[in-house]
Write a protein of this length. Structure first.
Length: 118
């Protein structure tokens, strides 16, 4: 019986949260831009929206699959929230940008958790 319960879809909702979520487009510091102040990706997802999805549908240590990685927002949130994430991106330019973003996020988290190793 326990093996079947592990296969059920997870749904952890916070009090007062409905199943209709609305987040504004990414702007300000969260929006990734190049030196000419142009957006790096035209469809960058808001981290808060991705966080709601990941927290509602997974537990710490679970695997998150992001098939259309883009700027790998799900991977960034997964890293922050203790999940493992596998992302895929066919565009090599976006892949390189996402890779750099994840390396930067990984360093940020490690410097916060283990400052004595810097």
């Amino acid at each position: 019986m326990e093996q079947w319960s592990k296969m059920r879809a997870k749904w952890h909702h916070s009090h007062g949260i409905t199943n209709v979520w609305s987040e504004p487009a990414v702007r300000g510091k969260e929006r990734l831009k190049n030196r000419q102040a142009k957006c790096l990706h035209g469809n960058q997802k808001p981290l808060r929206l991705i966080e709601l999805i990941i927290l509602a549908t997974s537990d710490v240590g679970d695997v998150v699959w992001e098939p259309f990685g883009g700027m790998c927002s799900a991977a960034v949130v997964s890293l922050r929230k203790g999940r493992r994430c596998y992302s895929a991106e066919v565009n090599s330019d976006y892949y390189q940008l996402a890779k750099a973003r994840l390396e930067q996020e990984y360093e940020r988290i490690n410097s916060f958790l283990f400052p004595e190793f810097l």
